[in-house]
Design a protein around this ligand. Structure first.
Ligand code: PEP
Length: 254
């Protein structure tokens, strides 16, 4: 078992394609070769930026990989406003975030649609980053573990042991996203260990290989301690990924 760390920058609905090019250029100056030895780095720009970012990353042989923040599950069709997995695969997208809590909460995504998306991403030879996480109310009611387990069982249904082993789960407590509140390293570790156990119970053997990111106000100041925990295999970073120096310091902590 050897799990390579994955640190992913979720830019959300920020930066136009020109700003996106500037950010990846700054990031490539900040990161040095040895950062990539231990850590794989992905950036997840808005759809309108992906082609520009892909072009710069490939032309300048940058070592990070291009990701997306969402997709539809169908290959094509009358789905106005949506983007399909084959369209992303054609842009050499490697990772696609599915089921981010903002999409679950604001856009009504369910475990069922997250599952359709995860399977569609896998079908097109990309890797889903499947997001799960509890609300503050659920945590305070002692329901955090059960909530995350139910999300995992629903979102990962019907995925083979091989595909589950290669997949990424992002544990993001909703109360920690964009709030400046971070889970303690002990709480984050405990939940990531729980995620691993649930994945292993869904498909015995997959737990050892699945990579589990922590997300929720990860910053340079807290990254090293979070990433040192045995079941935390990387970070999904929102706000801090928009600043090249901060994101690079998080990567270096891995
Ligand atoms: C996220 O968007 O997934 C996230 C964790 O955001 P932030 O780092 O800003 O809390």
């Amino acid at each position: 078992m050897s799990r390579r760390m994955l640190v992913s920058g979720n830019w959300k609905m920020n930066l136009n394609h020109l700003e996106a090019i500037q950010l990846v250029q700054k990031l490539s100056y900040e990161l040095v070769d040895h950062d990539y030895e231990a850590v794989e780095v992905s950036v997840h720009p808005p759809f309108t930026d992906i082609r520009s970012v892909q072009t710069v990353v490939e032309a300048d042989r940058m070592e990070f990989v291009v990701g997306a923040q969402n997709c539809h599950w169908k290959d094509s069709g009358a789905y106005t406003g949506e983007v399909s997995p084959p369209m992303l695969a054609k842009l050499n997208v490697r990772y696609v975030i599915v089921g981010h809590s903002e999409r679950r909460q604001i856009f009504g995504e369910t475990d069922e649609t997250v599952n359709l998306k995860a399977r569609a991403v896998i079908k097109h030879a990309m890797t889903p980053i499947v997001c799960v996480g509890e609300t503050l109310e659920q945590r305070e009611a002692g329901e955090a573990e059960a909530t995350v387990e139910a999300q995992l069982r629903g979102s990962l249904r019907g995925i083979s042991v091989e595909d589950l082993s290669a997949l990424v789960v992002a544990y993001e407590p909703i109360w920690a996203i964009g709030t400046g509140r971070t889970a303690t390293p002990d709480d984050a570790q405990a939940m990531c260990a729980h995620v691993r156990a649930v994945v292993d119970s869904i498909r015995p053997g997959a737990g050892a290989d699945v990579r589990i990111q922590y997300g929720g106000s990860v910053k340079p100041v807290n990254a090293a301690e979070l990433l040192s925990r045995p079941d935390i295999d990387g970070a999904l970073v929102g706000g801090a990924s928009l600043e090249a120096d901060k994101f690079a310091r998080i990567v270096s902590a891995g």
